[in-house]
Design a protein around this ligand. Structure first.
Ligand SMILES: Nc1ncnc2c1ncn2[C@@H]1O[C@H](COP(=O)(O)OP(=O)(O)O)[C@@H](O)[C@H]1O
Ligand SMILES: [Mg+2]
Length: 242
């Protein structure tokens, strides 16, 4: 399998805080990759460097064979990179449908007819059909999270970056979100999913990496990674040699 995304020697620091130190990571096309790591580890910054809001100090972000590390976010989106934000960021004064339309027209570059069709489909898919005309500033947390995912999907991504979409949801809400993400994966979209709700992550991803101190300190089969002594040490303070 060829990699749709390859991070090569990617480095970034904010002052004295090193958030990425020579990171190498290849994500095969169609893979669902989970990313975990303590708060402040640099997970969201990593997404920023892939999607374009954060400029790396050094290194390459190779997407579909070309280095996109210095392209603006809108260009990357048009190439097929979409992200959801940890804190949902809809255009609050616009309706749910209008928010999706922006993604389909500006993000994916579709004409009006194609965009309408895609947005209707996305509403259904994300359980937002009954809310199409609702002002997005008035949505509940779950509805905002669904819209956040919907906006990313309406830009027709090849690579979908999800930043903590399951946080703060009830068990039932989490289950339906997991089903939705799994369906997106099954449609062939490559997914990188940052998530603290590990049971949700494990239900979907093929592979799990752990980011800590600016480096990927574990990479492998999700259950094995979770059970590894190094990961227990980082998350629970249990020494690896205990
Ligand atoms: N734009 C920024 N300027 C300065 N420091 C930042 C900026 N963005 C993030 N940081 C710092 O970088 C570290 C990693 O942040 P972040 O990527 O949000 O971590 P995570 O998503 O893993 O919790 C934190 O210490 C954070 O305060
Ligand atoms: Mg974060």
């Amino acid at each position: 399998m060829t990699a749709i995304l390859a991070l090569e020697n990617l480095s970034k620091r904010f002052g004295a805080v090193v958030v990425a130190s020579d990171i190498d990571l290849a994500v095969p096309r169609g893979q669902a990759l989970g990313v975990i790591g303590p708060n402040g580890a640099g997970k969201t910054t990593l997404f920023g460097m892939i999607a374009g809001s954060v400029r790396p100090d050094a290194g390459r972000v190779v997407f579909d064979g070309a280095d996109i590390a210095r392209l603006p976010p809108a260009r990357r989106c048009r190439l097929g990179v979409a992200r959801s934000f940890q804190i949902p960021q809809p255009f609050g004064a616009m309706s749910v449908f209008e928010n999706l339309l922006v993604a389909a027209r500006m993000g994916a570059g579709l004409d009006q007819g194609e965009a309408n069709a895609l947005c209707v489909e996305t509403l259904e898919r994300c359980g937002l059909a009954a809310l199409a005309n609702r002002r997005s500033g008035s949505l509940t947390l779950l509805q905002r999270k669904r819209l956040e995912l919907g906006r990313a999907l309406a830009s027709k991504p090849k690579l979908l970056l999800l930043d903590e979409v399951a946080g703060g949801l009830t068990d039932e809400e989490c289950k339906s979100l997991v089903a939705l993400v799994r369906a997106v994966k099954e449609s062939g979209v490559t997914i990188v999913w940052i998530e603290h709700v590990v049971h949700a992550l494990i239900a979907v991803v093929d592979r799990l990496v752990v980011l800590h101190g600016g480096a990927l300190i574990a990479d492998g089969e999700p259950r094995e990674v979770i059970a590894s002594p190094r990961v227990a040490e980082i998350y629970m303070g249990i020494p690896a040699d205990a």
